[in-house]
Write a protein that binds this ligand. Structure first.
Ligand SMILES: Nc1ncnc2c1ncn2[C@@H]1O[C@H](COP(=O)(O)OP(=O)(O)OP(=O)(O)O)[C@@H](O)[C@H]1O
Ligand SMILES: [Mg+2]
Length: 336
């Protein structure tokens, strides 16, 4: 159910993503439509030229600079027991995610984790009393106050550096919500205009928090064989480096979350992501990727295929999935 799309710049990745979004949004039978969500790192689908496409599929554009209804400190329930996870677990998970995205050192991650824990403690959460974990989650921006308080008490360089680096995460006030609005993404196609955010760290952090919250929502809905939501990300390399992503990628399918990841190089995708993707689509690629992909495809005539993969034209691709074994060469339609 997961897919990856790769290939050199300008050979058709964004175009096929548009084709996929259109087919999910406007299938021949309306009841077969699947809501999809595109994380647009570079503004590829929100420019003036794309207005026609956006209107045609009826997509809603989410602008994170105007704030999102997500609170990374929200504590979900364990679907097996129905009880809330420990706030210590969430403190660790959130600090690991931010640490990985913002390239913090282990000491800085620990500082951030301490700041997050302190915010829960200030809001009445008690380690030994799980009943207190049911309290409303503290506002995310309180972590910024805690970090600043820690920085003013200590001249430790690690704290100062962490505070400077993380400032955009808080001063932009992106995560304002209480998680009440995440269900809107199941209503139809959504495009998240990540390029409205000032830097790549913030964009990546947002995708990860969104994915974690989506995954929690899926868990609470329970396992399913159908697809509830297709999530499309075109900067897989950055997003998949975050520890929580791998777990999510492995488990998401069971709960009806299908992930389509795009990137320029096959080598941008971690091994786990490749092995868990039922569909792989490759556009024109460089020699190293062609070598690897032809091996992956198990072709009898590898050198011929390696050569072919480097000669593909704009819009031409090689697909491999259960219906196309070992692979099929095809020409994509031009999305309107
Ligand atoms: N099947 C096709 N038929 C005709 N034109 C196509 C086709 N696929 C892509 N194109 C055109 O080729 C150009 C580049 O395509 P696209 O933007 O999809 O590339 P990309 O792989 O996403 O590049 P990048 O990595 O830089 O984002 C666009 O102008 C697009 O309209
Ligand atoms: Mg593109």
């Amino acid at each position: 159910m997961h897919a990856i799309v790769f290939g050199q710049s300008g050979f058709g990745k964004t175009n096929i993503i548009k084709v996929i979004m259109k087919e999910l949004s406007r299938p021949k039978l309306a009841e077969n439509s699947v809501p999809c969500m595109f994380f647009d790192f570079h503004g590829e689908l929100t420019g003036k030229d794309e207005k026609h496409f956006v209107d045609d599929i009826g997509a809603k554009i989410l602008d994170p600079s105007a704030g999102l209804p997500i609170n990374p400190l929200y504590i979900p329930r364990d679907p097996d027991t129905g009880k809330r996870y420990s706030f210590l677990f969430i403190s660790s998970q959130v600090s690991q995610t931010i640490g990985s995205v913002f390239e913090l050192t282990p000491i800085q991650i620990t500082i951030l984790e301490t700041a997050i824990e302190s915010v829960y403690l200030q809001n009445g959460f008690v380690k030994e009393d799980p009943k207190t974990w049911d309290k409303p989650a503290p506002e995310f921006n309180k972590v910024w106050d805690a970090l600043q308080a820690m920085a003013s008490e200590e001249t430790n360089n690690s704290i100062q550096f962490a505070v400077t680096r993380l400032k955009p995460l808080f001063i932009n006030n992106i995560f304002r919500g209480k998680n009440e609005g995440i269900d809107m993404v199941f209503a139809g196609p959504t495009i998240v205009r990540l390029n409205a955010l000032p830097n790549i760290y913030l964009r990546t952090a947002l995708v990860n928090f969104f994915l974690v919250q989506l995954y929690e929502t899926m868990l609470s809905k329970g396992p399913t064989k159908s697809i509830r939501l297709a999530v499309i990300v075109d900067e897989c390399k950055r997003v998949s480096n975050v520890p929580v992503f791998k777990e999510l990628f492995r488990e998401a399918r069971k709960f009806g979350l299908s992930l389509v990841n795009a990137s320029q190089r096959l080598n941008d995708f971690p091994e786990d992501v490749i092995s868990n993707s039922g569909t792989i689509i490759g556009f024109k690629m460089m020699a190293t990727d062609a070598n690897r992909f032809s091996k992956e495809l198990g072709s009898k005539n590898r050198s011929k295929l390696t050569f072919l993969l480097q000669q593909l034209e704009v819009g031409e691709a090689v697909i491999r999935n259960s219906q196309n074994m070992p692979f099929t060469v095809f020409k994509t339609k031009k999305a309107s």
